[in-house]
Design a protein around this ligand. Sequence first.
Ligand code: C2E
Ligand code: MG
Ligand code: MG
Ligand code: MG
Length: 282
Amino acid sequence: QAKGRGRNRYEMFTGDMDDLVKQRRLIERELREALEAGTQLSLVYQPLFAADSNTVLGAEALVRWDHPVHGRLPPEVSISVAEERALIEPLGEWVLREACEFAVRCNVPWVAVNVSPVQFRNERLAERVAEILKETRLPPERLQIEITESVLLDHSGTTKASLKALRDMGISIALDDFGTGYSSMSYLRTYAVDKLKIDRSFISQLGISPDCDAIVRAIVALARALKLQITAEGVETTAQRDHLTAIGCHELQGYLLSKPVSEVEFSRVLTGSAERFEERAG
Ligand code: C2E
Ligand code: MG
Ligand code: MG
Ligand code: MG
């Protein structure tokens, strides 16, 4: 319901260029105000499940912006405006702090946070992350940072140094939307990452497109051979789940298992998962 409303409003943003620039300027000002006020912005959390036991392994934090006029705006709007307008630093830090506090409060094994390529251009990124971990008392092993392949395209030493510093701290790195960017096998050698997340566009075609079946199977085999964790995002059907489990995918994320939910709902999912786990063990 709210999402449908958001989408209709979103169409407003497709006017002519002049309007678009004006609209983005307005949105920028409103986002700045929302950040300062600390209202309107919130995080939702989508659980990631073990493919073989259906237990909750961790959570991915996703930002939401409840705009007083336009309703709930998708992250594409807030993130892209923030990236353009130098607001990604404060927004990114807000998301990180919120997500770390959530993981501590709810005793979540780990939380994954999306970090924009723009944030990686700041050479102080790793330092800031370390400060936030210290302030929130979240052990680095319980933070995962999700990057897209475009981060790895930046050949400046800054990105490489940041990634190394983050990993040296004990933070794990996941390569998000894997297979959609300029994936190059050499990146997997140059940059140490811990996890590949197969993009939803491949998962949705499983069992429909033989090419997609082959690609997904190959990505899973590649990840396993490199001793990387492998996650499928956008799992929506039981057929997809069964297929992914059968070919050795470790982790599943998608509407079939759970949509992104509020902190309160997440805690419930987590408790339910632990009880199921105990029942099996006992
Ligand atoms: P992502 O990191 O690939 O996150 C997964 C997106 O897929 C989320 O959309 C999630 O709601 C959606 N999704 C999960 N399961 C399913 C499914 O089964 N079916 C379908 N159709 N969709 C599913 P969302 O929350 O709209 O986020 C979109 C993108 O915005 C994210 O993609 C991420 O790239 C970016 N984003 C979200 N929050 C943040 C943030 O705090 N910082 C940054 N830098 N980017 C963010
Ligand atoms: Mg992500
Ligand atoms: Mg993703
Ligand atoms: Mg994706």
